[in-house]
Ligand binder design. Structure first.
Ligand code: ATP
Ligand code: PLP
Ligand code: MG
Ligand code: NA
Ligand code: MG
Length: 295
């Protein structure tokens, strides 16, 4: 554990707008990390027209071989988000092995992006690959409610369900699990769980997040990046790391909403682009007393 690290971040890239690496790289850099992005897809998530190239599994592996040939494969962290195909996900598994052969202590932070609000937005074959092969090698997992349900095969509608899902996921592999949002009656609940020793019960906490009546893209990717950044700085205090991350995200979302309002925009009508760059101070110096932490 240290204050900084070198992160290989394999995620989508957008020309304009913030999802994937566009949501994750800047905040991690602000927190002091060297970040090496591999852009898996040129896209505009949330927009109707798609043009451009999609990186396939073989092309990803070529990039890794290039790094290896130059002796550049030492990473402290691997971060992955949205992955669109089984072949790409299988290559990511090869990347995990390869990076761990260079640094056995590599932390793999996996956001198992599969869907939201009851719907899958990846091919259904991906679910089994995440469950059987990816979860077992992840160090930290950051599913949303729907993704945690897919991975555990259980329905999650309460804090207790969320905690039990975390227990199931710990048993499968990762010592840190954060269910980034469970929607309960218009309130969002984040559940965090850290199993400090195998076979011991995990330390669990929740954060209650008032739901802002708007839909944002890229917030899940931002959240996972901040959880990586802060949990590395506070390796034994996942609750504190999550508080810091939530605090930054909430400040950023309120700024986003205020800016759209000022521009006379109806915030209910479509998904909003986050004001990421404008929120640099809130990312570097989150104010934790603004959020509600219960243990
Ligand atoms: P992913 O799909 O990337 O796995 P996710 O669905 O959990 O993750 P989001 O729903 O984008 O990701 O939520 C991530 C975080 O963003 C939440 O923990 C919360 O802090 C914040 N957030 C997102 N939407 C809202 C909202 N409408 N109101 C308040 N907070 C929100
Ligand atoms: N769809 C695509 C193509 C993406 O790349 C992403 C994130 O990277 C998402 C959906 C999900 O975005 P988020 O959950 O961060 O809003
Ligand atoms: Mg969500
Ligand atoms: Na998530
Ligand atoms: Mg998401």
């Amino acid at each position: 554990p240290s204050d900084t690290g070198r992160v290989l971040s394999i995620q989508s890239h957008t020309i304009q707008g913030y999802v994937g690496n566009k949501s994750a790289v800047f905040p991690l850099q602000l927190l002091g990390y060297d970040v090496d992005p591999i852009n898996s897809l040129e896209n505009s998530a949330g927009y109707p027209t798609f043009k451009g190239q999609v990186l396939n599994g073989e092309q990803l592996w070529e990039l890794i071989e290039g790094l290896e040939a130059n002796d550049l494969l030492y990473y402290t962290h691997l971060l992955t988000g949205y992955i669109g195909s089984v072949s790409f996900l299988n290559t990511v598994l090869k990347v995990v092995d390869k990076l761990r052969s260079v640094n056995p202590k590599l932390t793999y932070v996996c956001d198992p992006v599969m869907g939201d609000e009851g719907k899958l937005y990846v091919p259904p074959e991906l679910v089994a690959v995440y469950r059987e092969k990816v979860v077992p090698v992840a160090s930290m997992l950051t599913p949303n409610q729907f993704e945690a349900e897919q991975l555990t095969g259980s329905s999650i509608t309460s804090e207790k369900d969320g905690q039990e899902a975390c227990n199931i996921l710990h048993a499968a592999g990762p010592s840190k699990v954060v269910i980034t949002s469970i929607n309960i009656d218009g309130t969002l609940l984040l559940i965090g769980s850290h199993q400090k020793e195998k076979d011991q019960s995990p330390e669990q906490f929740k954060i209650v997040i008032p739901k802002i009546p708007a839909y944002f893209t890229g917030t899940g990717d931002l959240m996972t990046a901040l959880l990586l950044g802060w949990s590395n700085k506070y390796p034994n205090e996942l609750d504190k790391a999550a508080e810091l991350a939530v605090s930054s995200v909430q400040a950023l979302l309120l700024r986003t909403l205020a800016d759209y309002h000022k521009a006379g925009y109806d915030c209910q009508s479509s998904s909003l682009e986050i004001r990421l760059i404008q929120s640099l101070d809130e990312i570097r110096n989150p104010e934790v007393d603004k959020v509600n932490l219960d243990e």
